[in-house]
Design a protein around this ligand. Structure first.
Ligand code: NAD
Ligand code: 6OD
Length: 487
């Protein structure tokens, strides 16, 4: 795809560009990955109309068994074209190839299979109602597709997050108009080819490329023809989307930002905790909404844990995605790096001690124009400091000591966000107790980002609205109609 053209996909066909294109730049070395055709308001309108027509046509009439079989074929086809997806995801994001393989593309396959299973097995409760006249009534609900669903996703785990929404939406019989991030247009476009190859009727999956404000994102969420918006991205954008759909009272499902805490008790298995924290702070260069940016450590092990984590951060290897020694890629863009660096400066102003990192690394061999940044750890900050209150979305965490369990819980819950947490302890009762008291959507004990796709995923507070996953996704992607029959 290097230097190629990425087109919009509307009504079952790729659209030849007749208006502006923008550059997709590699975060690895600043080179051109592709030119991308930006969808204007007219093209977004065509996409929404095509989706509506699909619902009124063969797609809307397809029985659930055929729909779920189609999703399974999509999973098989992604597996057949696996390395193409890996290369595209890595080219857009700069992430190491093994991470694109093991996390992003493997999860896309799993998403299609899992939601095919969920929808194929889904039943509905029914109720027999006793009536005063001695007769009865039967109540049952039928699930209908929500309709035309706008799917808007970010750049950090592009295909994983896209298919996490597209798979249940299609399984439930909706038609989708997808707006991938301007930073990661490639895999959503490849998915259009795959869905076409496995026989998805025209118009059921449409892709419009572009930016948010005054571009495809805003045109899509402001379109009167959409029946709901499922969005993953920043809290500020979520708030804007909510405003845009409010006049038409459309439902939203929001997976937003996080400022996630880890609590490490003195009785934790230190090796396990260090391994888990290394992943949870630095995975995907810290660009996972679930990443830990606040680490609360019980005082007796504070120095040992800080030393161990610093050593592991130093051992990370920044480099090209295809170098087998690389553990860590760049940030998504130099613009995003500016934001992360502004927090590095702020942390210093707040009196942080930087244990490791804190700046831009010197990268050799053609990588100088990439969005590289050093994995970074701080001590000396408190919850009152902005670097512990605002989402940074980079490979950085602050380590803060605590003494008691109650204090740790209070510190961890002292945030406007509420996405995820992790607790590290060998005391099983304490693990359960603390995990349940976390004011978050997902609370892990002695692990992090371990997923069962049937379980609820989402956040509280500024981290989102609603839950997706397994049957929870059905609650968003369908509208039940209750039928009451007097017997
Ligand atoms: P972003 O909010 O800037 O953009 C996300 C998507 O929204 C992009 O496709 C963008 O083009 C689009 N967009 C922007 N403005 C829009 C508008 N006004 N109308 C319609 N669409 C618009 O987020 P990002 O920088 O791409 O991603 C990083 C953020 O996403 C972080 O805050 C991160 O925590 C969050 N995120 C959350 C989860 C989760 O599951 N909770 C998962 C991944 C990322
Ligand atoms: O695992 C998932 O289903 C999911 N939605 C992960 C989100 C990660 C955020 O960056």
């Amino acid at each position: 795809m290097t230097g190629g053209l990425i087109r919009n996909f509307v009504g079952g066909s790729f659209v030849e560009p007749d208006s502006a294109c923008f550059d997709k730049i590699s975060p690895v070395d600043g080179s051109l990955v592709a030119r991308v055709h930006e969808a204007d308001a007219g093209l977004v309108d065509r996409a929404v109309l095509a989706a509506r027509a699909a619902l009124d046509g063969p797609w809307g009439a397809m029985p659930v068994g055929a729909r779920t079989a189609l999703l399974r074929r999509a999973a098989d086809r992604i597996e057949q074209r696996f390395e193409e997806f890996v290369a595209a995801e890595s080219a857009d994001t700069g992430k190491p190839l093994p991470q694109a393989r093991e996390l992003d593309v493997a999860r896309a396959v799993a998403n299609f299979r899992s939601f095919a299973d969920t929808v194929a097995a889904a039943g509905q409760a029914s109720f027999m109602t006793d009536l005063p006249n001695g007769r009865q009534a039967l109540n049952y609900a039928v699930r209908k597709p929500l309709g035309v669903v706008a799917v808007i996703v970010p750049w950090n785990l592009p295909l994983l997050l896209l298919t996490w929404k597209v798979a249940p939406a299609l399984a439930c019989g909706n038609a989708v108009v997808v707006k991938p991030s301007e930073e990661t247009p490639s895999t959503a476009t490849l998915l259009a080819e795959v869905l076409d190859e496995v026989g998805l009727p025209a118009g059921a999956y449409n892709v419009v490329h572009g930016f948010g404000p005054s571009s495809a994102g805003e045109f899509l969420v402001g379109h009167p023809g959409i029946d709901g918006v499922t969005f993953t991205g920043s809290t500020a954008t979520g708030a804007g989307i909510m405003k845009a759909v409010a006049p038409r009272v459309r439902p939203v499902s929001f997976e937003l930002g996080g400022k996630n805490a880890a609590i490490v008790f003195a009785d934790a298995n230190l090796d396990d905790a260090l391994g888990g924290l290394t992943r949870s702070v630095f995975a995907n260069t810290g660009q996972v909404c679930l990443c830990t940016e606040r680490v609360y450590v019980q005082r007796p092990i504070f120095d040992e844990l800080a030393d161990g984590l610093t050593e592991r951060a130093r051992a990370l290897r920044l480099g090209r995605p295809d170098d087998p020694a690389t553990t860590t890629g760049p940030l998504i863009s130099t613009e995003h790096r500016e934001k992360v660096l502004s927090y590095f400066r702020l942390a210093e102003e707040c009196g942080a001690k930087t244990l490791v990192g804190g700046g831009v690394p010197v990268m050799g061999s053609g990588l100088a124009d990439g969005a590289w940044i050093e994995p970074t750890l701080w001590t000396g900050l408190t919850n009152a400091d902005r670097p512990l209150r605002e989402e940074i979305f980079g490979p950085v965490a602050a380590l803060v000591p605590f003494d008691t369990e109650d204090e740790a819980i209070a510190l961890a819950n002292d945030t406007d966000y509420g996405l995820a947490s992790s607790v590290w302890t060998t005391d099983l009762s304490r693990g359960h107790r603390v995990a349940q008291r976390m004011n978050v959507g997902m609370s892990w004990v002695n692990t992090w980002f371990l997923r069962d796709l049937r379980s609820p995923f989402g956040g509280v507070g500024l981290s989102g609205i609603g839950r997706e996953g397994g049957e929870h996704s059905l609650d968003f992607y369908t509208e039940p109609t209750n039928v009451c029959v007097q017997l």
